[in-house]
Ligand binder design. Structure first.
Ligand code: IVH
Length: 674
């Protein structure tokens, strides 16, 4: 059916009006029409679209809700890693941060963008030509979940941007959260429906965003504040963080109204104090404030460490504390054999959750705090940090409160425990003989960020080890449906699902595999760097400590741990079991070759760009960064290459003076493999 021009025109008008009213209501909090008037406009557009389906587009205001439920979320590889933030828990730690920044920038004082740190969950919104095409959770920073359908239901997320000079590709980062009011309303609704009550707004927001049925998410009053950008292509952004946020606001994204550009440590401290006071009156939870070096050229000079930028810090509020009673002290044995004393507590609600256990770290800590069984203690919990015992209220100590002593034998396997001189940790000497260590190692191997074996939860791992069906992770892949179905509380269907999940996990990535091995000190970020740098597993196995340490971000301790790990015969045996082909009785784990060049061929290299190029300087910068390089603002002995365009400035002279390699644009593109 051809659409009459008048209908097309009316649909356009309605689009514009509805987007505008939506924006006024949800972003500006300043509506100019009533809900009834809004509904009337919406219904008119819906009727038009029903009549002329050709008028329907994904950015239509009618298209927020209505997508079909999913079976599972797809994976999204972030164009640029979603980083996390370092924390400062005291004024001193904040001062240290500012000092480091000033030293690295050789500046007397630095301007910072100051923002509240919302306690929700991070998302990335991808806009192409101003239209929202994808939304993803942070996940492990590199890969997240595709939650586009759900994010579309969040009214303060524009389906379409408006304004001038919107970049062709714009990845926006922000925090999805629930206000106190929204949280209370949701829980009231849940209670009325006899559904689960959420313990805090953050959990409720996370649970709401990870619903497979967007119709459910649509009923949850989620909101967003945008606090930054990821990949930007085909457009120019401001030279400061506050400038960029201003641009985002101009394009109708929701940005917090009180982001301030403050000067120096003094400015930061004043902002922090202000929010410390106002925290209780805010309509949502914040767990601190964030400071980011405002100038982007300075951010570039500072760069990143593995997980977090050097140019930003979260100044956290002091953790919440409550009093409770120590009912007992248990000893847990971890993956690496470390014995950790854990206080069993009278349940207490602190920092947004009910706490029943708190770590006591080690014997020295227990002695220092003099924690005894039966004591009244103060428990602290900050954000997602493990709860800990801060101190004992000795005034309330009862007679007969018992002191605790580490056992001399492992509570799980009975092996002797050892404590290395000068170290605080007590370890079980049982190694892989110790079921606890094996269990923890297997749990880690199966976990979401490692091999991601769906259905292989903690309880099942314990059953498998106890039933002696699995001794090490290499045995997992030999499990049969019959063996599994024979376990208690295991139905045939779940057994089949688990075997399928194991099968699926054979197809993995090098970085997941390295992480899954559970090498001490090798977390996700390090595993990723190792995968990128070595490109293949054999090279990593063969590396000595010098080679390992030559990698940016790998220090002497990590290097030694890796070498030690591969020197153990039983580790090599497990690796062989996992990687050998099925025909040789192995599990046949495999992963795509890591194209070193596709990932970070220029990792660890520092570039400086000067002069006029044929492309915008930002563009080249982004390409270099995508290849793993750091792009700095000034030339020093640490610079590897200076890229010189027309009319170069003093940076060129400096490069020549210091003997830094000089490239023209073509030479640089060649390095980039373009
Ligand atoms: S910036 C490169 N700004 O905190 C820096 N994060 O601990 C990336 N968050 O994953 C984060 N408010 O979910 C930034 N104003 C803010 C924030 C914020 C909350 C969350 C975010 C991030 C986590 C890092």
């Amino acid at each position: 059916m051809t659409v009459p021009a008048s209908a097309r025109k009316r649909a356009r008008e309605l689009h514009a009006q509805l987007h505008e009213h939506n924006y006024r209501y949800y972003v500006l909090d300043d509506p100019v029409i009533s809900d009834a008037q809004y509904d009337e406009l919406l219904r008119e557009l819906q009727a038009l679209e029903r009549h002329y389906p050709e008028l329907l587009s994904t950015d239509s205001p009618t298209q927020r809700i209505g997508a079909a439920p999913l079976k599972a979320f797809g994976e999204v590889r972030h164009e640029q890693r979603m980083l996390s933030l370092d924390n400062a828990f005291s004024d001193e730690e904040l001062a240290d941060f500012d000092r480091r920044v000033r030293e690295l920038l050789e500046a007397d004082t630095v301007d910072y963008a100051a923002e509240p740190k919302l306690d929700g969950l991070a998302v990335s919104l991808l806009y192409r030509d101003g239209v929202l095409v994808r939304a993803a959770t942070r996940g492990d920073g590199s890969t997240g979940e595709d939650v586009t359908q759900n994010v579309r239901t969040i009214a303060s997320v524009p389906l379409k941007l408006s304004g001038n000079r919107i970049p062709g590709t714009l990845e926006v980062r922000g925090e999805v959260y629930l206000s106190h009011q929204g949280f209370a309303a949701l829980n009231a609704q849940q209670q009325a429906a006899g559904q689960k009550i959420f313990v805090n707004p953050r959990n409720a927001a996370a649970g709401s965003l990870r619903q497979l049925d967007p119709a459910i998410t649509a009923q949850r009053p989620l909101e967003i504040y945008c606090y930054g950008v990821g990949l930007v292509d085909g457009g120019k952004l401001a030279g400061t963080h506050t400038g960029i946020l201003e641009q985002l606001r101009g394009w109708r994204l929701r940005v917090y109204q009180d982001v301030r550009c403050v000067t120096g440590l003094e400015g930061c401290t004043a902002y922090y104090r202000d929010y410390e006071q106002r925290r209780e009156q805010l309509p949502f939870d914040i767990d601190g404030v964030v400071f980011k070096v405002d100038r982007l050229d300075q951010q570039d000079v500072l760069g990143f460490v593995a997980r977090a930028p050097r140019w930003a810090i979260a100044r956290k509020f002091p953790a919440q504390q409550r009093e409770t009673v120590v009912l007992g002290i248990d000893v847990q044995v971890g993956r690496t054999g470390a014995l950790t004393p854990v206080a069993r507590l009278e349940p207490v609600f602190v920092g947004g959750v009910t706490v029943t256990n708190a770590t006591l770290h080690n014997q020295d800590e227990i002695d220092r705090k003099d924690v005894r069984v039966g004591d009244t203690v103060i428990v602290r919990r900050a954000g997602d940090v493990i709860p800990e015992v801060v101190k004992v209220n000795t005034g309330l100590r009862k007679q007969g409160a018992r002191r605790f002593h580490m056992p001399d034998r492992c509570p799980v396997c009975g092996s002797h425990v050892e404590r290395v001189e000068g170290e605080a940790v007590t370890r079980c000497s049982g190694g892989l003989y110790c079921a606890a260590q094996r269990k923890e190692g297997i749990k880690h191997f199966a976990s979401r960020k490692a091999m991601d074996i769906e259905g292989l939860g903690d309880k099942l791992v314990e059953q498998l080890v106890d039933a002696q069906l699995v001794r090490d992770v290499g045995d997992l892949y030999a499990l049969s449906v019959e063996q599994l179905a024979g376990l208690e509380r295991m139905a045939e269907k779940s057994a089949t699902n688990l075997v399928d999940a194991l099968e699926k996990s054979r197809d993995t990535t090098l970085e997941r595999f390295i992480y899954a091995l559970g090498i001490r000190e090798v977390g996700e970020a390090t595993a990723q760097i190792l995968a990128q740098q070595f490109g293949n597993f054999e090279a990593l196995m063969a590396a000595d400590t010098d080679t390992l340490q030559s990698i940016h971000d790998v220090g002497p301790v990590v290097a030694q741990r890796i070498v030690d790990f591969f020197a153990e015969q039983h580790n090599l045996d497990v690796i062989r079991k996992l990687t050998a082909g099925k025909s040789q009785g192995g599990a046949g784990l495999h992963w795509p070759a890591v194209k070193k060049s596709a990932h970070a061929p220029l990792a660890g290299k520092t570039f400086v760009i000067t002069g006029t190029l044929s492309m915008p300087r930002d563009e080249l910068k982004k390409r270099l960064q995508a290849a793993g390089a750091r792009v700095a603002g000034s030339v020093s002995k640490k610079t590897d290459y200076v890229v010189v365009g027309d009319d170069p400035g003093s940076k060129y002279d400096k490069a020549v003076e210091l003997g830094v390699e000089v490239l023209d644009e073509a030479g640089c593109l060649q390095l980039l493999g373009e």
